[in-house]
Design a protein around this ligand. Sequence first.
Ligand SMILES: C[S@@+](CC[C@H](N)C(=O)[O-])C[C@H]1O[C@@H](n2cnc3c(N)ncnc32)[C@H](O)[C@@H]1O
Length: 234
Amino acid sequence: MQGWIIPPPKEPTKSKEEFAKERKRKAKWLIKKGYLRLERIKDAVSKVPRENFIPVMYKDYAYSEVPLPLPGKEATISCPHSYPLFYEPLGLDMGHKFLEVGLGSGYGTAIAREIVGPEGLVVSIEIDPLTFEFARKNLKSEGYNDIVFVKGDGGLGYPEMSPYDKICITAACLEIPPPLIEQLRMGGRLIAPLIEFGSQNLVLLEKSEKEIIRKVICQVLYVSLRGIYGVGED
Ligand SMILES: C[S@@+](CC[C@H](N)C(=O)[O-])C[C@H]1O[C@@H](n2cnc3c(N)ncnc32)[C@H](O)[C@@H]1O
C-alpha cells in the first residue's frame, strides 16, 4: 500500500511469551495515547493474540504500528491502534449486531466478537477469496466458531441479518454504499474511511429518523474498497 513503509519479510523469532508481553505493552501504550478507553475494548485488545492473524514472515512485527500484507489482492491487517480508533467512536458494546466489511486477517473480527459477547452477533464480509480463506482459518483455529462469514461484495451488505447496530468498513470508499446505510438500524452508527479532496477522512455516521449525522474523526490511510461501490475497476 502506498504511503506506508512495510517492513521486510523475515523468519519469526519471537516466543509466545514475548508476544504476550508485547500485547500487554501495546494495550498500555494505546491507553496512554488515548486510543483505548472503553473497558470491553481494552479487555478484547489485551486478550486476542494478534500474532496469530499475521502471515508467518511478518509475525515478528505483530505489535508494530504498521499495516502488514495478507494473502490476496492489496489486503492488509491494519495497525494495532486502528481497532480502538474505529470501535470506540462506534460505541461497539455487549449485545450489538455488528457488520464488518473487509474481514482481512480476521483480527478485527475477533476483537469485535469479544466486545459484543455471547448476546451479540458478528457478520463479516470479504471480497477476496484468498484473504477470506486466510481469515476463516485464523478465526477457526483461535476458537471463534460463531461468526457469520460472507464471501462477496461488502458494498451490498448482508440484508439477511439486518438491521445492524454498528457497521464498520475497513477499506476506503468514494461514497458510503447506500445498501449499508439501509441496513443500519435507526440510531445505529457506521464508520468508514472516506476519500474526500484527495485524502481519506475517517467518518462516523449516525442514522436517525430525520437525518444522517456525520462527524469526521481524523485522517487515515486505507486500501481501496473493491466491488460495485469500489474505487478501482473490479
Ligand atoms: C484494511 S483490510 C481489513 C483489515 C481487517 N479488518 C483486519 O483486521 O485484518 C481491508 C479489507 O477489505 C477487503 N475489501 C475490499 N473491498 C471489499 C468489498 N467490497 N467487500 C468486502 N471486502 C472488501 C480487502 O480485500 C481487505 O481484506
